[in-house]
Design a protein around this ligand. Sequence first.
Ligand SMILES: Cc1cc2nc3c(=O)[nH]c(=O)nc-3n(C[C@H](O)[C@H](O)[C@H](O)COP(=O)(O)O)c2cc1C
Length: 401
Amino acid sequence: MLDGKRILLIIGGGVAAYKSLDLARRLMERGASVRGVLTPAGQQFITPMSVASLTGDECYIELFSLKDEAEMGHIRLSREADLVVIAPATADLMAKMANGLANDLASTILLATDKQVMIAPAMNAEMWANKATQRNIETLRRDGILMVGPGAGMLACGEVGPGRLAEVPDMIEAIEDFFTGGLRPLAGKKIIVTAGPTHEPIDPVRYIANRSSGKQGFALAGALSAFGADVTLVSGPVTLDTPPGVTRVDVETALEMDAAVKSALPADAAICVAAVADWRMKAGAGGEKLKKSKEGIPALDLCENPDILKGLSSMTEGRPALVVGFAAETEKVIEHAKAKRERKGCDLIVANDVSHSSGVMGGDDNQVHIITESGVESWPSMRKDDVARALAQTIADTLAH
Ligand SMILES: Cc1cc2nc3c(=O)[nH]c(=O)nc-3n(C[C@H](O)[C@H](O)[C@H](O)COP(=O)(O)O)c2cc1C
């Protein structure tokens, strides 16, 4: 797939630099040629010798190299490539790129290149979350820089959180996608995603909730964003990190979610993944905690919440071109989901079995059925991330027609 492609691999000064050696190898196995540039900080983690031995080319390290600059090395390197990949992309390199600095070989190449640049950030979770880094990421996205990862998990510094270098197969996939032109099929599309549960207060300390973890909705928001969409994620109370590039609006109740979705309109597509509570307390939560009393157990006088999916589907003006609902069922999954699609008037329903034995609610895997007017497509059990990517592709295909 990468036959004859020339990749300039810039390796920044992070602990994950050693993984770039594996990346170089795997790219070459797929037919690409790889040229390595190692920053001075990168040399603290891996050696130019390893890079040169693996790539079969010189490892470029110096801006002011008499030998290389006799041929204007930094310009040549920046142009004699089909794609420039930075892995790991340090916070420092991203800051330089976002601000147009060029005070070493890597940053000068990045300023001089006329080729697409893809970054694979890796750093400590606090460095990643820092407002300056997030500002730089936003700038780089707006500048059209492609990004793969970072993932979340145990970091080299011993802390847990976002900032892990994307896994090598994921970097390879992103690079292959770039060359097959499939990476940003949703560029220019605005998509609203709802995710997580809603909490409906009973009194100031108690609430009605459900077991939705938000994982599938968050994964979908991330996949849509990676496909180039401008994603607004309206999230109920969950403990998940916002996927890169996604605008997140946090809400608690169904009423708040409904209002947030309405204010995020207009959109090309709305994907309702959230498990919105059907009912709330008729009289609101009240100011005081309910007390046990001799009069017995208090009755929960409930009323119906707004139906966000139905509301979007039945808009007469400015309806999103595609409205997708999720059906969480515990029995007769397909039959109930088909009926739900008819009832709500949405274009597509993603149905899944959330019975306790399926392990879907809160778990990492999901098995879904795609229900449209033209029929039912059942997908095999996959990780929620993979379901998200496949769904993002389905959404891109549908919006393209
Ligand atoms: C042990 C150690 C590990 C580091 N790991 C990272 C890292 O993973 N990501 C990062 O952005 N910076 C990391 N840094 C800081 C960078 O090495 C530092 O900001 C350096 O100036 C980056 O230079 P470069 O961007 O030219 O490669 C680390 C520093 C040390 C000492």
